[in-house]
Design a protein around this ligand. Structure first.
Ligand SMILES: [Zn+2]
Length: 252
């Protein structure tokens, strides 16, 4: 549990927190978090996780930076337009904290690569922007027993929830089925909305690695930027959930 003088200085404010200290900082250094999506949610999540000293950070995204991303995807800058998002993100994260080991996956999260990607990480941040990926992450994390922080955003609103597979309400307990894709052109979101929610996902990942506090489980937290209100909706594991439910209660 030795920390170099540089680490002691870098993490001085966390080391000074009795709830973290050197033992907690060592847990963060041993932590391995996979951030799926290097966009609006993944930007603040990855920045705070690297800053906090999470030892290994996986970044997964198959897209390249587009000028229209920069309004909210704060890992990327104007000069990065056209560059792979994972590479653009890695440059910023390395500059922030060279001690965090980065593992880059310039690809989408798919049913084919899910198990191999999840195998190497302790916690997953779902920072994707579409229902198909969110349901896939929920299903794959359940199968692999990987805890994850879900977040979703739309226009001026968002929601966040943490799932401990097999122990707490899962994404399908709350949302059941994937809604049809509308094909409508995306509106928003206001950039600060993923900024707030991605930051909350990072807080959950850090708390999970530290074993600290109370995770956002069995609760869906919603955020409305227009009224600046957070609301907490209690959610329960559903006996008929097709993912984590009891097969005896399965719906026909
Ligand atoms: Zn469930």
């Amino acid at each position: 549990m030795d920390f170099t003088p540089e680490e002691q200085q870098r993490y001085a404010r966390q080391l000074a927190l009795p709830e973290i200290g050197t033992a907690g900082q060592a847990k963060l250094r041993a932590g391995r978090v996979l951030v799926i999506g290097a966009g609006g949610l993944g930007s603040p999540a990855a920045l705070y996780l690297a800053a906090a000293g999470v030892g290994t950070l996986g970044l997964m995204d198959g897209d390249a930076v587009d000028l229209s991303n920069l309004q909210r995807q704060i890992l990327h800058a104007t000069a990065d337009v056209g560059r792979r998002k994972v590479e653009s993100a890695a440059a910023k994260l390395r500059a922030l904290n060279p001690q965090t080991e980065l593992r880059l996956f310039p690809e989408r999260f798919t049913a084919a690569n899910a198990a191999a990607r999840l195998a190497d990480f302790n916690f997953v941040v779902d920072a994707t922007d579409n229902f198909a990926s969110k349901f896939l992450i929920a299903d794959a994390c359940h199968a692999a027993g990987r805890p994850y922080a879900h977040a979703g955003i739309l226009r001026f609103h968002g929601q966040v929830m943490t799932v401990l597979p097999g122990k707490t309400a899962c994404y399908r307990c709350v949302f059941e089925q994937q809604p049809p894709e509308t094909g409508a052109s995306p509106q928003g979101p206001l950039g600060v909305v993923p900024g707030v929610l991605g930051t909350l996902q990072a807080a959950e990942a850090i708390k999970f690695l530290l074993g600290l506090g109370q995770l956002l489980t069995d609760r869906l937290l919603t955020f409305d930027a227009l009224t600046l209100r957070f609301r907490e909706v209690p959610v329960k594991r559903q006996p008929h959930c097709r993912l984590c439910g009891d097969p005896d209660h399965a719906r026909p």
